[in-house]
Design a protein around this ligand. Sequence first.
Ligand code: FDP
Length: 331
Amino acid sequence: MAPITLDRFILENEHAHPGATGELTQLLMRFGLAGKRIARELALAGLRKLHGATRSANPSGEKQKKLDLVANEILLETFDYGGLVSVAASEEMDRPFVYPARADGGRYAVLFDPMDGSSNIDVNGTLGSIFSVLARSEKKKTDLLRSGREQVAAGYILFGPATLLVYTCGEGVHLFTLEPSIGEFLLTVRSVRMPDRGRGYAVNEGRSDGWSKADRAFVDWLKEQDPATGRPYSTRYSGSMVGDFHRILLEGGIYLYPADALSGKPRGKLRVLYECHPLAFVAEQAGGRGSTGRENALDVVPDALHARIPFAIGSPSEVETYERFVGSLSS
Ligand code: FDP
């Protein structure tokens, strides 16, 4: 049977919705194009001396790598024609970027973390680009402080031994693998399901002194010897949430980035709009959950463009247990 390309899959899904205008279809196909361009930049970066940091910092005060900016530029360029998108916001930009308007304006807003796991850039580790799509607000183009439930699509591109594209439009999660010799993403898993529970957890435990009592107690619980409940869990932390999340999507388990009172991250590190909302949408569509420990991450309405939250994501069993720890041990 002929392989199913990303474009064909998306087009066929569009045909199943008679009222569809085709614009969301085109938009999703463009993320595929951006993914191919970023994958190429990453493959050649070492040879072109494009590793390393710039002198600038992102709006959250983190040093920007050259490739953070290259990937950001590629994603911005990807939507600067065709009038699909009216506004883009990114972890790497202070303010939303408003595209020059067509008469009727693009119907969508895109939000992205162009290079997730940037500390892996210089060591050829796993990286990702995360994206979220909202219908443009009728009130104000740049109104992006909205609930994660308003996303119409979300996903990520994972740059590892193979380049993968995983997305959801609210009808399941689909996984594609880039076939480099033909330059196409091919359907690899239709309707991915996350296991109800797993055997692994991902967290930067070196930071545990700054966590709450509940966070420390939960991670200690994961490490206890109790074969009857599948414990101890194994640690798998790569420095790239996309990489860690992808493992959890396929194998189950939990990823956490708790609030850290000692490292200047009292509200956590991960950004609601570029990281938590899109991955929580993917998780939920695959049967998993994203949570702050106190509420479903998709229900969070951020108070600022670069707002952060404590974040846990993974199998329903582990996320529910985490919420129980937070509920019972937090003051
Ligand atoms: P990075 O900042 O290096 O882009 O903000 C996201 C993130 O990576 C996640 O991908 C990753 O899991 C985490 O932060 C790494 O942060 P720590 O170095 O503090 O563990």
